[in-house]
Structure formats: C-alpha cells, structure tokens
Design a protein around this ligand. Structure first.
Ligand SMILES: *[C@@H]1O[C@H](CO)[C@@H](O)[C@H](O)[C@H]1NC(C)=O
Ligand SMILES: *[C@@H]1O[C@H](CO)[C@@H](O)[C@H](O)[C@H]1NC(C)=O
Length: 795
C-alpha cells in the first residue's frame, strides 16, 4: 500500500517537472548569477532551463561534463576569474545551444580538443597556455565573432586552423615568457577586423611581432614599455613602421605606455606617416628630457588624436616646444585630457582644428589669448580646468569666428561686468557654464544667438530685468542655483526647455505659463514649495501641461512648508476654495450671518424670545443675590416669603394661579384678605405686612392703577426698599398697561415701569412653568419662624 502511494507521488512530481519544463522552454531567458560566492564547484542546484550562467570570481578549479550536462538550454557560460587548470572542450558536447563561453583569467594550461558547438564568443585570454589554444575544430566555428587567446609561444602553425575564418575581433594576450622564440609573421594568418595585442606587462618591448595584419581596421596595443634606460624604443618604432603596409588600418590605440618624451615624440612622428586616421593614447607615463627637433607634419592621414591620462615624471620641460608641436598639428580633432597641461599656444598659421577637447587639465584664462588662427574651430571644451575670469574667455571667443560649442564647465569662473565690451563670438550656439561661481550678472553678457545655455550649479539668485535679449535661446538650465522664482520669457522668446530643479523656488509665479508659450519641457522639481493658496494656480497650470513635459512630475514636486504639509506631493495638495478666495469667504460669512439673523428674528417673533431671555436673566440675578444675603438677618425678621398686593379685579388670578403655584413649594404668602391683623389700621397692616415679608409682589394691571390702596402699598414697599438697601419689589405685569393710563402723580410706578423691571405674565400656557419657577426662585429663602401671622386688609 505504502509503495503504491509513493509511486503515485513520484509520478505526480515528475509530471509536474515536465510541465514546468514545457512552460519555461518557450524561448524565455533564465539568467543565473553567482559571482563572488566562494564556490569551489559548479553548483548542483541549477535550474535545468538556465540559459545564462555567471560563475565568475569564484574558486572553481574543475569543469566536468556532469556539471553542466543537464543545462540543455545553456547559451552563455561565464567562468572568468576562477582557478580552472584544464579544459576539455568535450564537456560542452551536450550543451548544443552554447554560443558564448568566457574562461578568461583562469589558470588554464592545457586544452583537449573535441568537435564542438558553434561558438560566437570564445574567450580563453589571460590564461597560462604555452602554445596558443587553437584546436583544428575551431576552423568550423563559422559564426565566431570574438576569439580571446593567450600563449607564450605564438607560432604560425598554431594559428593556421582559423586562417579561413573571418573573425570580427581577436584578443591576443602574450604570456610573460613570450618572445624567446618569436615567429614575427604568425599574426599574418589571422583574418580579423579588430586586433588587440596585450604584451607582457613587465618586460621591455623587444619583440619583432608584426602586428600589421592586412585585414585589420582597428588595432590596439597594450603594455608598451620602451625607450627607458638608454634604449631608443627601436623595436616598437619598427613595429609601427610596418603599419604602413596595412592600408586598411584606420584606428590605432595604445594603452598603458611607459616611455620617454623623446620616444613619445618619435612614436607620434611615426604614426603621422602611417595610414592611421584615428590615433588614441591612454595611460601614458613619460620620463626623460626633450631634445629639440622639427616635427614633420606633412603627408598625414591623421584626422583625430586623443591623449588621455598622462603622467609626466619630469620636472622641467621645454613647455613651449611641446605645446608648439601640439598647437600646430594639421588635424581636425585633438583631445588632451587628464594631464597636467598648463597652457596651449595659439597655432602659428590658420589651423585646421575643428574640435579641441582639453577637459581635465590645468589650463588658465591665458589659453588662446589673442588667437586669430582658430577661425575654423567649431567645438572647444575647456571643462574642468583652472579658468577664473569669464571676461577673458569672452575675449578669447571673440576671435573664433566659427565656434559653435563652448564648454567651460567645472572651472572657477566669475564675471564682473566692468567696462568690458560684450564680445562673445556671434557664432556660438551651445554654451556650457555649469559648475562655476557665476552670479546674476552673467546674464548681462551672453552670446546673442545662443540656443542652449547651461548655467546649472552656479550662484545665481535672480535673473536680472536688464539682460541680453536671447531671441534664439531654446534650452536654459539653471538647476542647482538659488533662484526664488521661475523666470519670465520676456527676454527668451523661443525658450522651450527650462531646467530649474534644486533651487529655492517656493511660490512660483503663474505668469510663467502665460509668458513662456513655447515651453515644451519644464523640470522644476526639488524646490522648497510653499503650499498655500497661491500655489494652487501653479499646480493647476503644471497639471495642464501634459505629464511627459514636466520632468520628474509628480514625485520630485513636494511641499516643503507649511510644516503640516511637508513632504506632500504637489499633486495631492488640496486647499478648499473657500479658504483661498476672499470674496467667496466674505459672501459666505455674510450669508451665514443673514441666516442667523433671520432665525433670531423668527424665534423672537414666534416664540417671544426676549421674554425668555429676561426670565433667565432675572433668574440668574436672583440666584446670585440670594447667595449674598446674610441668612441670619432673614431668619430674624421675616415671617413671609412674599406679600402680594393686587386689585380686587385680579383676585381670581391670584387665587387660581398665583397662590397654588407658589404655596405648593411651601412658600408662605401674605395676602391682605387672609393675613391682615384686625384692629390695626389699614396703613399699619400694610407696613407691617411689607416689613414681615421677604418680597412684595405687585400684580400690575389697569385695575391696579385704579386702586388707591394698591398704590400706597407700592409706595411703602418701595420705601422699604430704600431703607433696607435690598430690592424687595417684584412686579408682575398681568395685563399690559398703556403708559398714558398711569396717573401722572404715580412717579414711582412710572419709573419702575420705564425700567421694565417686571415679570410679564405670558399668555401662552407653555411659558407658565418657567414663569412660576422663576418667581419661586426669586422669593424662596429659608425662613425660621413658622408662626402664622395675619396681615389682612380689605379695600
Ligand atoms: C571629431 O570629434 C567630434 C566630436 O567627438 C566627432 O563628432 C567627429 O566625428 C570627429 N571627427 C573626426 C574626423 O574624428
Ligand atoms: C555641461 O557640462 C556638464 C559637465 O560639466 C554636463 O554634465 C552637462 O550635460 C553639459 N551641458 C550641456 C548642455 O551639454
């Protein structure tokens, strides 16, 4: 049972693998890279469908059929920088697709031949082979484009098998012991367009190898050490001399040369008469003194000379002699970079130079001073030198009538606009002033027809109003300065590309979009945008310019302030329209106020709000006052909470409304009908009642006005008020009393009415509860004496 189970399990696994295989084998790439992994063997866990395998820079010393047998899709294998010692080409017999094999920089000594795949790229260079590792079978590799070889014995016979192939590029690395038994002609059998020969690094060039392979179009020679220790570089010079036999040779490159100044000039002179068009030297170390002699410029094919990275180990040189040789060369392109060259002279007669590149030297503003012989020059690069005064460069350019492109970036240039004529050459179209120390005033003098102007990484804070009108300017780069705003295009009518990243633009003016109608591309990212209302218009405009023209949008456009918005992409920045529009804001506030007023008015009229307000107001006052009255005093004198004075006509209301509502809370009310003491005069009773009561309530109505007694009561009560210093009057306006109906001698009543310090009896039932509550609160104090006293009076 278990067995059957596991068999089914394996079948499923195998089927799965097959399916995966089928799915992946649709010509897809599978690149496996394991460089610098300290591997000592080809890993066993490689996917079967690997197409490219990179195992470079490991410690693998063996390569066997079984290592790569299963990688049937393998097309490229890179095992450079390992420790392979032995190669059997037969190990690849199952890798039928393999076309790229790099085994350079190993320790291979021996190769076993085997009919093999059709390599396109086979690199066996930088190994320890003695004889060249060329098998008979290589002759069949009809597709071979690159062949890298190394060996110490280079014999014609060993090269023979590949003589019929047309290889694009051959690299031949000569072993350290090369040269003992040389066969000078051996390279003549190679049929290649580009040949690169690497000579043994440590040895003086004393070889007779003929590198003038007839089919070669591009020749590169590395590791040349000659002319030192009193030898005269004759071996190398004669190798160069032989190049005259290869008319197809167009480009010659020398790498890693160590020689003397004299030998260098000999080499230069020799190449001058070879069929070479492009001559390039890099990494050269020069020693020794210079002997003067004439340089013969005549009859050259040379068009371009490039010299890169030169170290001169000589302290005093006849500089003018050397610069003289350079400056009078009759070629079109001349490059000198990465040297410590201090100066360059003006050619003695009109020079054919079209292109001069003196990047990365030590040239000063004195270069080409007053030079009238560079009238053909189109491109000049003085990048990365020691230029300081832009005025001098402007003067220099004045004589270069054809100069179109000038690169003076990465110097120390400053501009001071003294009384200088602005004499830029009119021909200049591209001017690179980047990475200098230029300030705003650089705009006062610029080449009038310039199309591309690079001013990035300078010290510009603003673009002045009064500037040269640059009608043709199309591209302006002012990135990495300190500009606070976008420029208008008033002075740059054709501007189509503006780069203003990394400045201090916080609120860019929107005018930009109106003024710069021709703008196609704007890069304004990485500025400290201040995200406020003003920025909204800019964001809108930038959003309308279609996305592809705004470089870096939206990611490099972020708010820098205010603090809360810091880091927000401008794209996501929102500001409510209300907070940004004053008119809208005022209208909104106005409308809100209007609505509020309407609501108030409505409440006023419909619910009699003032009445409620007065009630609430009185309530609070009473509460406040009640707290301030010394309790003992109240307790000592008073028997009643309130004395009520009213007209006979209002007695129904008093009995049905007032009494029940007050007395239900234990409030003691003194009514003249009920509590007056018989035997006493009415006057006495009234006074007594008022004195014994905490408050006097007067129920005002037109009837009340008619009653004499009531008026007396009011008078006494008010009198009491003055004596005691506390207001103990409560007026209840039962019915409205027209002012005119109050008799003129009732001053007291009139003034009290005028002060409106009365409680109005509301007509609406709904308000009654509040009314009573308010009234009770006014008169409710704690009284000590519980004794019933009379205070009756009858009118
Ligand atoms: C000179 O250099 C320029 C710029 O690199 C290049 O375009 C031109 O083809 C060169 N001319 C020659 C003759 O090498
Ligand atoms: C100006 O020179 C700098 C290098 O100094 C380079 O990066 C930049 O692309 C150049 N600008 C133009 C417009 O060629």
């Amino acid at each position: 049972m278990i067995k059957i189970n596991s068999i089914i399990f394996y079948v499923i696994i195998v089927l799965g693998l097959i399916l995966i295989n089928i799915r992946l084998s649709g010509g897809s790439e599978l690149i496996i890279k394991r460089p610098r992994a300290n591997l000592t063997h080809v890993p066993k866990d490689l996917p079967l469908t690997t197409t490219t395998l990179d195992l470079s820079q490991n410690n693998i010393s063996e390569l066997q059929t079984s290592d790569i047998l299963s990688l049937s899709k393998l097309r490229a294998l890179v095992m450079s920088y390992n420790r392979l010692r032995y190669l059997d080409i037969g190990v690849f017999k199952f890798n039928t697709e393999l076309e790229y094999l790099d085994l350079s920089h190993n320790e291979l000594r021996v190769i076993s031949c085997h009919p093999t795949a059709n390599f396109k790229h086979l690199d066996l260079s930088f190994n320890a082979f003695d004889a060249l590792p060329i098998c008979k079978e290589f002759g069949n590799m009809s597709q071979l484009k690159f062949l890298g070889l190394s060996g110490s014995q280079v014999q014609s016979a060993s090269v023979q098998p590949i003589a019929r192939l047309n290889i694009t590029e051959v690299l031949l690395v000569l072993g350290d012991t090369y040269g003992e038994r040389e066969d000078p002609q051996c390279l003549q059998h190679i049929n290649t367009g580009a040949l690169h020969v690497v000579f043994p690094e440590k040895r003086e060039f004393r070889f007779t190898l003929d590198v003038s392979v007839s089919t070669v179009n591009s020749l590169e020679l590395s590791n040349i050490k000659c002319g030192l220790e009193n030898s005269n570089c004759s071996y190398f010079l004669s190798a160069l001399l032989k190049l005259r036999k290869s008319p197809g040779l167009s480009s010659l490159t020398l790498n890693n040369i160590k020689t003397t100044w004299n030998s260098f000039l000999d080499i230069l002179q020799s190449v001058w008469h070879a069929p070479v068009k492009y001559f390039s030297i890099s990494n050269m170390t020069l020693q020794g003194q210079v002997e003067f002699r004439n340089f013969n410029y005549s009859g050259t094919s040379l068009k371009a000379l490039s010299i890169h990275q030169v170290v001169s180990e000589v302290y005093s040189l006849p500089q003018r002699y050397i610069y003289g040789i350079f400056s009078n060369m009759n070629i079109q392109n001349f490059t000198v970079s990465g040297t410590r060259m201090l100066h360059m002279l003006c050619p003695l007669k009109v020079s054919p130079f079209l292109y001069l590149d003196f990047t990365d030297n030590l040239l000063t503003d004195m270069v080409f001073e007053d030079c009238r012989n560079l009238i053909k020059l189109k491109t000049l690069s003085l990048q990365k030198n020691q230029l300081k005064k832009l005025e001098n460069i402007i003067l220099m350019s004045a004589e270069m009538k054809s100069l179109q492109k000038l690169d003076i970036s990465q110097n120390f240039l400053q501009y001071s606009e003294k009384e200088n004529l602005c004499s830029w050459t009119e021909s200049l179209l591209v001017l690179n002033l980047s990475s200098n120390m230029l300030a705003d005033c650089v705009f006062k003098c610029l080449p009038p027809k310039v199309k591309v102007l690079d001013l990035h990484n300078n010290r510009i804070m603003s673009i002045p109003k009064e500037i040269t009108y640059l009608q043709a300017l199309q591209e302006l780069n002012v990135a990495s300065n300190s500009l606070v705003d976008l420029p208008g295009c008033g002075a740059f009518g054709s501007l189509s590309v503006l780069v203003i990243e990394h400045n201090s633009v916080s609120h860019p003016s929107v005018d930009f979009f109106q003024s710069c109608q021709k703008i196609r591309s704007l890069a304004a990212g990485n500025n400290p945008f201040r995200c406020t209302c003003e920025l909204r218009e800019f964001i809108k405009n930038i959003g309308h310019v279609s996305g592809e023209v705004v470089e870096g949008w939206p990611n490099s456009y972020r708010c820098d302030s205010p603090e809360g918005a810091k880091g927000t992409p401008l794209q996501d920045f929102r500001m409510s329209p209300l907070s940004c529009d004053i008119v809208l804001l005022i209208v909104t506030i106005g409308a809100t106020l209007l609505v509020l007023v309407a609501i108030m008015a409505f409440l006023w009229l419909y619910f009699d709000l003032p009445w409620y307000l007065r009630m609430v107001c009185q309530w609070t006052q009473t509460r406040h006052r009640a707290r301030n009255i010394p309790e003992e005093e109240l307790q000592r004198k008073l028997q009643f909470h309130a004395f009520v004075s009213y007209s006979r006509h209002d007695s129904t209301w008093v009995k049905n409304e007032l009494l029940p509502n007050l007395e239900k809370d234990g409030i003691r009310v003194c009514l003249h009908e009920r509590n007056f003491i018989p035997g006493k005069s009415i006057m006495e009773n009234i006074i007594h009642s008022i004195e014994k009561s905490y408050k006097s309530i007067f129920v005002l109505s037109p009837h009340f006005i008619q009653s004499e007694w009531c008026h007396y009561e009011l008078y006494f009560a008010h009198h009491n008020l003055f004596h005691e210093g506390s207001d103990n009057l409560i007026l209840i306006l039962l019915e409205p009393i027209p002012q005119y109906s109050i008799p003129s001698n009732y001053h007291k009543l009139k003034s009290l009415m005028a002060q409106r310090t009365y409680l109005e009896w509301p007509m609406e039932n709904s308000k009654h509860r509040l009314f009573w509550a308010n009234l009770r609160a006014t008169i409710n104090v704690k009284l000590v004496s519980q004794a019933e006293t009379t205070c009756h009076i009858q009118r």
